[in-house]
Design a protein around this ligand. Structure first.
Ligand code: ZN
Length: 394
């Protein structure tokens, strides 16, 4: 047999016949990067398949079920977002748990620490290459993009912070030209980080929606982390790590900062996959924490009024998403044992100070998760997900 490929000697009574090459082309359809060649010595036609061991996963619209063709950000039929629903079992390796990725882009990721902190567990997920949990999503998103798109291509992302930095670093590592679109009020230290990775930054006047629109309309491929499902699917790995690091005894409650919803949905999908795989017997309760006044999901769950134009902002800048496009999906994910809790800036500051003086310098947005626990007091031994390094906004 042929290394890294496969052969069809049984189909080859005579090499080079029209039928033989047609067969090979059929086999080969849709596999960019592969090639056909003749092994004259062994009288074989070789078909090298770049998709060997790669699972073809259908990416479907959450509303009408239409299949995505290639990185469209919304369904052309109904305008909804797409999603990836793992229908394969958890195995415990990136290659098997994300089987639709062929070549991995890597910046030296490792499992992030899980530490005991009194009656709770702190998941220090800011120990990542670009110092936030977003690298889990970017790694999968960009690796998949690099499988399909050409090197040197332009990719565009709308973010004013951690996702922008993360997509910039991974995008440049994959050989793309990265363009980040940010709002005018974006924090300068975060824009500096994005530029440091070699991405271009365009600041857009107006609302957050104006920023997104500019990124979508720009030449190149739109890679918005809120829309493109590979990003939030990549965050499944966080649930897997918690599962492994606790020896299968997962925390009963998990507190996550909640903004666009990618973290919550990724973690929820990971635990759902573990449940479907028979690795756990019960889903943990997931609690999303939002800044009070910038809490569209908490408001919807509680049936309270919410005005996206209320002008309220928060010290937790990464959590200021007024109109999350994934709102329906997040509310649905929380509809079981989960819930959402709003916290004030004062409560966030108090938690931030306590974490900092304990040696955990995180972003205020991360500290919101602890503030949520202190407010709700749900869970015997909960896990608090700390998402971003405090040096980013100090
Ligand atoms: Zn649709």
């Amino acid at each position: 047999m042929v290394r890294n490929g496969f052969s069809f000697p049984e189909f080859l009574p005579s090499i080079g016949t029209r039928a033989t090459w047609d067969l090979a082309r059929i086999v080969h359809r849709g596999t960019p990067g592969g090639y056909l060649s003749c092994d004259i010595k062994r009288s074989m036609l070789l078909v090298r398949s770049p998709w060997r061991n790669v699972k073809m996963v259908r990416v479907l619209c959450v509303s009408c079920g239409s299949e995505r063709k290639q990185f469209e950000h919304v369904c052309s039929n109904c305008g909804s977002v797409f999603e990836i629903k793992p229908d394969w079992k958890y195995r415990g390796t990136y290659r098997e748990d994300f089987p639709y990725v062929r070549n991995w882009v890597s910046l030296g990721e490792a499992e992030t620490p899980l530490v005991d902190h009194g009656k709770m567990l702190l998941k220090l997920d800011y120990f990542q290459p670009t110092f936030s949990y977003k690298d889990r999503g970017s790694r999968v998103l960009v690796s998949r993009a690099a499988d399909v798109l050409n090197k040197g291509q332009d990719i565009n992302e709308d973010s004013s912070g951690n996702a922008g930095a993360s997509v910039s670093a991974y995008g440049k590592a994959a050989g793309f030209k990265v363009h980040i679109f940010a709002s005018e009020g974006a924090i300068e230290s975060k824009l500096k980080q994005i530029r440091a990775y070699g991405a271009s930054v365009t600041q857009v006047r107006g609302s957050r929606e104006n920023v997104t629109e500019a990124a979508i309309k720009a030449p190149g491929t739109y890679m918005g982390h809120s829309y493109i499902p590979e990003f939030r699917d990549g965050i499944r790995s966080l649930a897997y790590e918690l599962f492994r690091q606790t020896g299968g005894k997962i925390p009963d409650v998990i507190y996550v900062p909640l903004s666009a919803g990618t973290l919550l949905l990724g973690v929820h999908s990971g635990f759902t996959n573990l449940l479907d795989s028979g690795e756990i017997t019960q889903m943990p309760s997931i609690v999303g924490v939002q800044p009070q006044g910038v809490d569209p999901i908490c408001a919807q769950i509680k049936g309270a009024a919410y005005d996206p134009n209320n002008g309220i902002t928060s010290i937790a800048d990464a959590l200021v998403t007024k109109k999350p496009v994934l709102r329906k999906l997040v509310v649905s994910a929380l509809s079981g044992s989960g819930t959402c809790v709003p916290v004030t800036d004062a409560e966030i500051m108090e938690s931030w100070k306590d974490l900092s003086t304990s040696g955990y310098l995180v972003e205020h947005s991360s500290a919101a998760a602890l503030a949520g626990y202190r407010k709700l007091r749900r869970g015997e031994r909960p896990a608090i997900i700390l998402t971003g390094n405090g040096l980013k906004s100090i």
